[in-house]
Ligand binder design. Structure first.
Ligand SMILES: Nc1ncnc2c1ncn2[C@@H]1O[C@H](COP(=O)(O)OP(=O)(O)OP(=O)(O)O)[C@@H](O)[C@H]1O
Length: 448
């Protein structure tokens, strides 16, 4: 990628050909422009950079559009804004796909003032962060599926519609719901999570919508329900499949009309609340079996967010394990253990994680307590051991090489690719870190 402009903490990477006035206007607003070519190797994010990418589609050139489509698809974690002109073939499938993946678009002549405002809004919304494992606060993961998930969350957050979050238990559905809230215009208002499965069936209506005094035996005072208390904000209905049918009917009415009634009252109350729902059961099956209202299902299922199981997130399992270990060490002010042995890492990678991220968190916390030395081992995690087949079969020489590669890669990940820190931990020089990366064909740019 060829770039112009100085190294910076935040910048616009403009894939295309901005004119001088456009570049100057953004630079003056504190957004230096790096001009880049869509056919280049990547967005060129340097460590800690905060980047917005502009997909300049103002030329009628199929090659450029195809390159842009590849670039946008390969960097779902970056917010993209499209620039179009009357020359842009907006009906071309390639162009349509780029536009679909962008969070906003501007038409030529570009209103740079409005563009500056859009960039300022993006900064203010907390949607822009430097690259790093916790790109959306509390959501760790660098795998492709997690980048895609974060891009979808950013896209759904500002749209004031229900989102149905699906996925196995412990995949982070509540973490995602909280992110959708924090990245929305409702962020300053309440976020109210409700576990529908934990509510006693006879109290669900009252818990959700409140009750008047005397509405039922024991209702000694008026009570405001969760929906009303979330006014202006977001409710997150976890385990929505467990909602009894009468509460489903009230919820449907609320979603359709924006009103509800407290139990024991016929006075409709209006509340402005966004509804997010989650399920780990097959809601379609519940509909087919008559346990869940079909009309409510369609209302909730406007935008769908499937959470990937941990076993499909590749190296994220190690990243998350190290994250939880560091959290534990900070909370409990303990010095040891500091990391995981190579066999523990193999075991974590091979395990199917039926309880997903929550199970990993629990196992790491337990292991942090029981481990004796500086490294958590497979037995501390109570996981089945995985033989290091390749090393044994290949003899000692190759085993040493593989161990060296594993150690350097693990340390790079733990230090989030901070070369100086990695060198310090391994007690080698920075030059040696680079030399070993070259020797083991570890492409730092790609791994980052
Ligand atoms: N990507 C992630 N990064 C860091 N922590 C995570 C991540 N995903 C989940 N967690 C943590 O894992 C635990 C389980 O997450 P959460 O409660 O959001 O899962 P869930 O899918 O809602 O579970 P359930 O189906 O049981 O309701 C929480 O402690 C959460 O903070």
């Amino acid at each position: 990628m060829h770039t112009s402009g100085a190294a910076t903490r935040r910048c616009v990477v403009w894939f295309g050909q901005p004119d001088r006035a456009e570049q100057d206007a953004l630079a003056l607003a504190g957004w230096p422009v790096r001009v880049a070519d869509a056919g280049s190797d990547g967005v060129g994010i340097r460590n800690g950079d905060i980047v917005v990418a502009l997909a300049d589609l103002r030329v009628d050139d199929r090659g450029v559009h195809e390159a842009m489509e590849r670039m946008v698809a390969e960097h779902p974690g970056v917010p993209w804004i499209a620039l179009v002109s009357p020359e842009t073939p907006a009906r071309e499938p390639t162009v349509k796909r780029v536009l679909r993946d962008c969070i906003d678009f501007f038409t030529s002549p570009i209103d740079t003032e409005r563009l500056q405002q859009a960039l300022a809004r993006l900064s203010g919304s907390g949607r822009l962060r430097g690259g790093g494992p916790a790109d959306i606060a509390g959501m760790v993961g660098e795998s492709r599926v997690m980048h895609q998930l974060r891009a979808t969350i950013r896209k759904y957050a500002p749209v004031d519609l229900p989102v149905l979050i699906t996925g196995e238990t412990g995949t982070g559905k509540e973490v995602a719901a909280s992110a959708l809230h924090r990245l929305s215009a409702r962020a300053e208002r309440p976020f109210v999570p409700i576990n529908c499965g934990a509510l006693p069936p006879n109290l669900v209506q009252s818990e959700l919508f409140g009750h008047e005094r005397g509405a039922f035996t024991g209702a000694n005072a008026r009570r405001v329900g969760h929906i009303e208390s979330a006014s202006g904000g977001t409710v997150f209905l976890d385990e929505i499949g467990d909602l009894p049918l009468d509460a489903q009917t009230s919820l449907l009415r609320f979603l359709q009309e924006g009103t509800f009634e407290r139990l024991g009252s016929s006075q409709p109350i209006r509340a402005d609340v966004r509804v997010l729902a989650a399920t780990h059961v097959d809601l379609e099956k519940a509909v087919a079996e008559g346990r869940f209202r079909e009309d409510l299902y369609y209302r909730l299922n406007v935008l769908r967010l499937p959470m990937p199981p941990l076993r499909e997130r590749g190296g994220d399992v190690e990243l998350l394990a190290q994250f939880f270990l560091e959290q534990f060490r900070q909370q409990h002010r303990t010095g040891q253990p500091v990391s995981f042995s190579a066999s523990a890492r193999r075991a974590m990678r091979a395990f199917a994680w039926p309880g997903n991220v929550r199970e990993l968190l629990n196992r790491v916390q337990r292991a942090a307590v029981v481990a004796e030395g500086p490294l958590i081992d497979t037995a501390d995690l109570d996981l089945p051991a995985q033989p290091a087949e390749r090393s044994v079969a290949a003899g000692l020489g190759e085993a040493r090489i593989l161990a060296e590669r594993d150690a350097i890669l693990a340390c790079l990940r733990e230090t989030r690719f901070n070369i100086s820190e990695c060198a310090r931990r391994l007690r080698i020089s920075r030059v040696t870190v680079y030399r070993l990366c070259k020797k083991h064909r570890l492409a730092l740019d790609e791994l980052r």
